[in-house]
Each structure stands twice: as C-alpha cells, then as structure tokens.
Design a protein around this ligand. Structure first.
Ligand code: PLP
Length: 448
C-alpha cells in the first residue's frame, strides 16, 4: 500500500469501527468514492452492487437528488437549530406527525436521536425513568436476546447479545439479562419440530423472568427479525407467545425496527408482518436512507404519561442531545419517507420477495451452501463450514469472491446477508444472485 495514497493515509490516520485493528493496519480498506442507484464505485472506478444497502439502510439508493435538494434548501433556510429549552422547528414537527400517522399501532409521541444505539440507549433510560415515576424502583431489569443487536453504547450494547460487543468493554451492565436466540436453523435440536422449538424458546423466556423475579423485570427488547446477528428468523408463533408472556408479567415490549422498518419485510413495519404490538418502537437507518444520521423513539401513551409526570415532578426531562431532531436530518427523513410512499417501495419489496427468496433457495442447493432464509428483501445464504477452518471462514471466503464479482454483502458467522436498496429491480436481483452463483462456483473450484 503506497503511503501517500488514499488507502495509505487512511491506515495512517483513521481508526475504523468493527474491524481487527491490527489486520486493518496491514490490509487497509476499499475506498468507496461515489454511488448511484443500487451501485457504489471505488477509487479505481470498479462498480459494486451494494447488496447490504450500505449498512442495511439506503432504501432509496445512492444519489437520490430529491434528498440532496431538500438538504441544501434546509441548510440555506435554517442549517441548525435545537429542540431544547422550549424551542422547536418545522422539519422535526412534520416528521414526528408523519411517524405517528404511519405507526403500526397507536403511538403517542416521537423523540428524535441520531443513531440506533442512541435511540435504544435512551429508550432504556426512559424505561428506568418510568419505573421510578411509577414507584417501581426495583423493576429495572431488561431482557435482551442472545445474538440480538441494538447498538454499542453502554445500555444498548448491554442489551445486545453478541460477545464481540461485550468482551473487554466490561459489558453487559448488571441489569441486562439475555434469553435464548430463537433461530430454529441454528438452535433447533435434532428431531425437534419448529413448533416444539418455539415452545422451548417461550419456556426459556418465562423461566428467566421467574428466575429473575417478574417484579424486577421492566422490559423485553427484540428485533422482529434479528439483522446483525445474521438475519435470524422468528419461528412460527414466537412473537405471539412472547407478547402473551410479557402481558402476563406486566413487562414492556420495546421493538427495534432499525433494520426492519420502512418496508424491508414487505410491509411498512415488521410489526405488521409478525403481528407485534410494541409499547416502544425504535427506528433509524431507512428513516432517512442514512443520508443524514437520524433515529426515532416512538412511544405509546402508557409509556409516555408516567415519564411526563416524572419530568413535571423533577422540573425537567433531563436528557437531550445537541442534534436531537436536527433540522437537516429531519427534513431529509421527511422527504425520504415521502419517496418511499410515492414510489411504493414497500410494494416493490413485497412484489420482489418471491423472486428474491426463491433465487436464494436455489443457490442453497449449491455444493458449498447449506440453506437459505429471509423475508421481504432481507435474506441470508448459509454456507457449509470448511472442515479445516475457523467458524466464519467459509462465508468470508465467499463474500471476498463475491466482491471480486462486483457485489458487496455481509458475512455473519457462516451466513452471507443480503439487504439491497428497496429500489432494486427484478433484473438487478438476478444480476446480484448470478454474481453470487459465480462466486460460489469459484470457491468450490478453488477448494476442489
Ligand atoms: N438496532 C439495530 C437492529 C441495528 O441493526 C443497529 C445497527 O446496525 C442498531 C440498533 C444500532 O444503530 P447505530 O449503528 O446507528 O447506532
């Protein structure tokens, strides 16, 4: 790597997230320079299909001029203002109103933050604040799930159930406990039916609540489909059963639709796909197609009212960020959601689901593949582990071959995850999976 090149300067000056830092110092990264539609281009002019929509987020594709124009206009009119101290502004009001109107269940208020981690972290603080407001000072524990992902800040990272986000960070916090990961393909036992697996998962959850003491458990956190854990599907009847248990023990349900929200599963929200009725709904990523950092916490009345009472007692709701409801971010979010609605991108995901999933299922018959899964335009191909390598090596080998073929996807364990922009066409899905087939062939040939 030439020291004065972009790659060399990157290694010299930038510490990257989510990498092996020592390895990065040697290999560097691919410099992505521009984007257009479902494609991004590196600094050598090579084109890639962004099979993960960036980080599961660029719904409207790269280079959407309407978002550029709205951001420019808002920058000129009011580039920054806050929502503290009895001040507010148009873009945040309009987006909050739109979100309340779109919400999958009746919601009362929206609070804006800038990232998924911040939204989950604050929602957790609000759960504690609310317990104090109700005089339930011991009802503070939060149940997350093994392989669940809710971000990396201290509370959100604690609710996350992935060892890499805990190890050496002294996480999770004591108040966070984790229940079993409901992925039937990974954790179903031999001769266990999916229905029996669901029953076992629900028993695990109820046992955990009883062990911890129901009077100490405030909330349960879950993604409708686990994303960063590897596109892990809820088994049949899971969400219905979870909600029954939570109601029985008066435990709040916080649903994290940071990946699933805004059309990904073929409905506007995955809560509609799986019949989930959250008290709190966490949204980010596709809310602004990630053109601007933005996230939102939607809460129902039962959640909001005690918090408002407590702020009245104390004199202030003592939380807020400089960028809470940032006018450029909320203006871009508003326009982005209008585009999603006007172009019926949710309908596009629903219409293309069958092709997307059946092509993945076909590829699962390839000699190096194991199985496939997914919903809407969110899917994964599980690769057979190499018998001579560490877990995860097979999927990493395939994603490297896939990148040579001009498609970026994400390896998680032995799964290759796909979450393309919602604007993708039928032909582009074929292009993406034709490239995957060539990559699988190349890996099979290299190991023959
Ligand atoms: N929640 C879910 C379901 C996510 O997938 C992510 C990020 O991938 C987050 C929360 C954290 O979001 P952020 O990276 O914006 O902090």
């Amino acid at each position: 790597i030439i020291p004065n090149s972009m790659e060399g300067r990157d290694i010299a000056y930038q510490m990257h997230p989510n990498v092996n830092l020592r390895k990065y110092e040697k290999t560097g990264g691919v410099v992505i320079e521009s984007g257009d539609g479902i494609y991004v281009f590196d600094n050598n002019g090579k084109r890639y299909i962004e099979g993960l929509a960036g980080l599961w987020s660029v719904a409207v594709g790269f280079g959407e001029k309407r978002l550029v124009e709205v951001a420019r206009a808002q920058m000129e009119k009011l580039p920054y203002y806050h929502t503290f101290a009895y001040k507010t502004h148009g873009p945040s009001i309009e987006l909050a109103e739109m979100l309340i109107q779109m919400a999958p269940v009746p919601m009362s208020k929206v609070h804006f933050t800038s990232s998924g981690s911040e939204a989950n972290d604050l929602a957790c603080k609000m759960v504690w604040y609310r317990s104090n407001a109700l005089g339930n000072k011991d009802k503070k524990k939060v149940i997350g799930r093994i392989k669940g992902y809710h971000g990396v800040t201290i509370a959100a990272g604690s609710i996350t159930g992935l060892p890499r986000n805990h190890e050496s960070f002294d996480l999770p916090l004591d108040r966070m406990v984790h229940t079993s990961c409901p992925s039937y393909v990974h954790f179903g036992q031999e001769n266990e039916s999916e229905a029996d697996f669901t029953t076992r998962m629900l028993t695990d959850l109820e046992d955990l609540i009883i062990r911890e003491g129901p009077e100490t458990v405030a909330a349960f956190w879950g993604e409708p489909v686990m994303g960063a854990g590897g596109v892990l599907m809820p088994p049949e009847g899971y969400w219905e059963g979870v909600q029954k248990i939570l109601r029985k023990y008066d435990i709040l349900l916080v649903v994290d639709e940071v990946i699933c929200g805004f059309g990904r599963t073929g409905n506007m929200f995955a809560c509609q796909t799986y019949g989930i009725e959250p008290d709190v709904l966490i949204l980010s990523k596709q809310i602004s197609s990630s053109y601007m950092p933005l996230s939102a916490i939607l809460m129902n009345d039962r959640f909001y009212q005690p918090i408002a009472d407590e702020s009245d007692r104390i004199g202030v709701f003592g939380h807020g960020f400089t960028a809470s409801g940032h006018p450029v971010a909320t203006a871009v979010g508003l326009e982005n959601l209008k585009i999603i609605q006007e172009r019926d991108l949710v309908g596009n995901a629903a219409r293309l689901e069958e092709q997307f999933l059946s092509r993945l299922a076909e590829l699962a018959k390839h000699p190096v593949a194991h199985s496939s899964r997914g919903v809407g335009l969110l899917g994964a191909l599980e690769i057979k582990p190499f018998d001579d390598a560490k877990a995860g090596d097979a999927a990493l080998t395939v994603t490297a071959a896939l990148e040579k073929e001009g498609v970026i996807a994400r390896a998680v364990g032995e799964a290759i995850c796909f979450c393309p922009p919602l604007i993708i066409t039928s032909e582009q899905i074929d292009d993406m999976f034709d490239a995957l087939e060539r990559a699988l062939d190349a890996v099979a040939a290299a190991r023959a």
